[in-house]
Design a protein around this ligand. Sequence first.
Ligand code: G4P
Length: 295
Amino acid sequence: MSIQWFPGHMAKARRQVTEKLKLVDVVFELLDARLPISSRNPMMGEIVSQKPRVILLTKCDLADPKANKMWVEYFREQGVGVLEVDAKTGKGVNLIQSVTDKLLQPLFETRQRKGILTRRVRAMVLGIPNVGKSSLINRLAKRAATVTGDRPGVTKAQQWIKIGQNLELLDTPGILWPKFEDHGVGLRLALSGAIKEEILPIEEVAVHGISYLKERYATDLMTRYKLQDSALEQESYELLQEIGKKRGCIQRGGIVNTEKAAEIFLNDLQGGMIGRISFEYPGDEFFIEEQDVQR
Ligand code: G4P
């Protein structure tokens, strides 16, 4: 699988984000709690650079609570603010202000020395497509705030969304794409639903997902599809066929429609029906290599 960024596209997104960064005191960097490394643009660190950052692990309701806890510790050790959030129910969202204020203490002290007493903070939401930027902005604003995408050739005055007394959000979230070149990253993004399935070989994605679940979430997988223990000895493609049979994806001649089975499996996985699944844990094998890219 090779889904490539157009270099011009990447440069433009980067330029736009860099421009907007000048307007804010802090960045809310949204990472999908299920795959915080793969859902991060590899240049994020470099682009955001010296700006204070609060990492918001989105869709934490879909991710494994055990992994969530490990990721919070992992990022906390790096000295950035970090929180699990669920924009669907609002979990964690009311803590954003206090975590941000704590992180920005040095800024407040500098302001105080200059006689500026305001604790008002301006923030920008930044993340890959589908990570939950609009949902979070709407949840913070307690309404469907008009989140406007960047339209080429249209210059508009910058709008700020007031959140309570001391927080203002840029109405346009910064969008940075993930790194697709790495096959593993692409597959994990596809499993999470961040990449639309039409551009991917859906059966390959599903087979990869089944292999992963067999390793780490075997009980959830077997319970969801009422599989016998012995099923785990089967190849993942055979398991996909088994799932297809259980879900009635049979074509004429008794052949299993594995494409349909893959669709059902991925819908279940992405909708949280199999369980709370995380695709990455700190310390995973892929991780060392990815970490190098992040720096
Ligand atoms: P974006 O602006 O970063 O592109 O992401 P957006 O908020 O549009 O969210 C992308 C999808 O993720 C939406 O689902 C949204 O409902 C879902 N989502 C966002 N935050 C959370 C969360 O904390 N938990 C869960 N479970 N889902 C979340 P969709 O299927 O595209 O639309 P819809 O289901 O809202 O109709």
